[in-house]
Design a protein. Structure first.
Length: 564
């Protein structure tokens, strides 16, 4: 149920009609692939663990992590379709979700009836305890569906992130960084934004090997703990290695930047997350609570500050099992009493929860989050007196690496740029620009630096510098969709339509839902007299952006000018 993780430079695109920004969830399901793929990845799947660890396997498979993704319709959790219709005022669209036999689909229609569209949904993400979001695949490219299920109210409503669109649009790409926190061993297609193998992951949910490492050699050696095939036991790792396993998905921060030359998809249990990723947090005020901000919230709690490295997620949570709802109060109270002397609660004696010795009821309340509607999540900052007034965020840009981890000037500059764009923070934007200008000569082939600096030059109307940097970003990494779209727009305005169309076509092979690339390409094709190709480009784009007024107007214009 998380608004997809958006790492690195945000896709801010330029179209030829006007400049704008496109801003941008039971039972085990082991998806079968060729045996050679499984062997080459040393990935066995969780079922291989059940023979030697039947009790742990059985209890873990009932946890939310184990069922946080899969094929729609699989597993024990089933959505209700009693409240399956809703409206979105921003786009003036009406939605309905329905199930026919084993097929679940959504349909949407404008209030005036002029626009209608629908799509089958293929995968879910989210265990269902809070809710679920859904994904669909077109030509092996994954997109987030605009409909989500919210368990607390047993209702369907708009998916996180879609509320910002004022027209019917469902081309939000599902990138590997997001899917990795819901499925095991994601299989992205290199050089694409949201392309995956025909089956996008080896195992649904978070499998055993996501915390314990690849199990192939361990299974073949019948579990003997020779150094060459030892399975990872998080309890035996250093505190940083141990905490990195949870933090890869439960540490949001205000910005996350992949290290130069490192791929977070290569992270394995026992590695240090800080070797792959720099995570930045605010230093002036607490960051708003998000779905996955557990680690940074815990870090500022009095419990963690007093306990230091001794305290971790596993101090209170057993990853292999979740207490039953009726046992949670006593279960977590026992965890608290391992450090706190047993005594009557005096913080809020008038509250019945305190009288019932419900520690988490008072000190770990469920609060709303900023990235998902209709949902509340546990506050891991463990406030002594919850409910106090929060400070308003200042307009400066005080951020720092999380928990004293290592970060370079490059990481800081790219984090400033992320905050500047997401929060519309001009101070961060200025700092990012100055730092990136200094770093660019020292890192002449770093695509992240080149792309982000190019965009900041673009904002300052220095198109010549922006174009040169976009060009170099593509030379360093041809998969940079944003650079291709924006460079194409600048070249087209200078009369270089052939090169511009080539760039947009390439961008669409890497991200078919990039509406601006389709719009620019179709407009260029129209201007060169290729009406048939322009119409085909728009027709493909309307499959994912059916409410785009620009696409529809251009298509109508094509129909009126096409030869009879």
């Amino acid at each position: 149920m998380q608004d997809g993780l958006r790492r690195g430079p945000y896709p801010v695109y330029r179209d030829l009609l006007q400049r704008r920004r496109l801003t941008r969830s039971s039972g085990r399901l082991l998806l079968s692939l060729a045996a050679s793929v499984l062997t080459s990845n040393a990935w066995t799947g969780s079922a291989a663990c059940s023979g030697c660890h039947p009790g742990i396997y059985k209890s873990y498979m009932r946890t939310p992590m184990a069922v946080t993704s899969g094929l729609v319709g699989s597993g024990e959790f089933q959505e209700s379709f009693g409240r399956n219709a809703f409206s979105h005022a921003g786009s003036q669209m009406q939605y309905r979700v329905y199930r026919e036999s084993t097929r679940t689909s959504f349909e949407c229609r404008s209030a005036d009836g002029k626009i209608s569209a629908g799509q089958r949904i293929d995968y879910f993400v989210g265990s269902g305890r809070v809710g679920r979001s859904y994904l669909f695949s077109i030509d092996n490219f994954l997109y987030q569906a605009p409909v989500s299920y919210y368990a607390a109210s047993s209702r369907w409503d708009l998916s996180p992130g879609y509320e910002r669109y004022d027209y019917l649009y469902f081309a939000r790409p599902v990138e590997p960084a997001c899917l990795r926190c819901h499925a095991s061993r994601v299989l992205p297609l290199a050089g694409t934004q949201n392309g995956f193998e025909s089956v996008p992951f080896l195992e649904a949910g978070i499998g055993c090997e996501m915390c314990h490492g690849e199990g192939d050699e361990h299974v073949r050696q019948n579990g003997r703990q020779a150094k060459t095939h030892a399975i990872v036991n998080p309890a035996r790792l250093t505190s940083e290695q141990r905490d990195s396993i949870c933090a890869q998905c439960h540490l949001s921060g205000v910005a996350r930047v992949e290290k130069s030359g490192r791929d977070l998809g290569s992270f394995r249990p026992g590695d240090r997350l800080s070797d792959y990723l720099s995570v930045f947090v605010r230093t002036d005020v607490p960051e708003d609570m998000k779905v996955t901000s557990h680690v940074e919230k815990l870090a500022v709690s009095r419990c963690k500050l007093a306990s230091g490295e001794r305290m971790s997620c596993s101090s209170c949570h057993d990853a292999h099992q979740v207490p039953a709802d009726g046992d949670k109060i006593s279960y977590f109270r026992k965890k608290c009493l391992e450090c706190h002397a047993a005594r009557p609660c005096t913080e809020r004696p008038a509250v019945r929860l305190a009288a019932d010795n419900n520690c988490i009821g008072c000190h770990m309340p469920r609060n709303t989050v900023v990235d998902v509607q209709h949902a509340a999540y546990t506050d891991h900052s463990i406030p002594r007196r919850p409910g106090g007034a929060s400070k308003a965020a200042s307009r400066d840009c005080r951020i720092e690496p999380f928990s004293g981890t290592r970060a370079t000037e490059r990481d800081l500059a790219l984090s400033y740029a992320q905050v500047a764009i997401e929060k519309n923070n001009q101070v961060c934007g200025s700092w990012a620009f100055e730092l990136l200008r200094k770093l660019e000569p020292l890192n002449p082939r770093d695509p992240a630096i080149l792309l982000q600096l190019a965009y900041l030059y673009d904002l300052r109307s220095n198109e010549a510098e922006a174009m040169a940097l976009y060009e170099r970003a593509l030379e360093a990494d041809p998969s940079q969709v944003t650079a291709a779209i924006n460079l194409g727009a600048a070249l087209s305005q200078r009369g270089r339509a052939d090169r511009a169309m080539q760039l947009w076509k390439d961008a669409l092979t890497r991200s078919p839902g990039a509406e601006t690339a389709s719009l620019n390409l179709a407009l260029a094709q129209y201007r060169t007299g290729d009406i048939q190709s322009a119409a085909a480009t728009i027709t493909r784009a309307l499959r994912l952006s059916p409410g785009s007024d620009k696409l529809r107007k251009l298509l109508s214009q094509l129909h009126t000018t096409a030869p009879k």
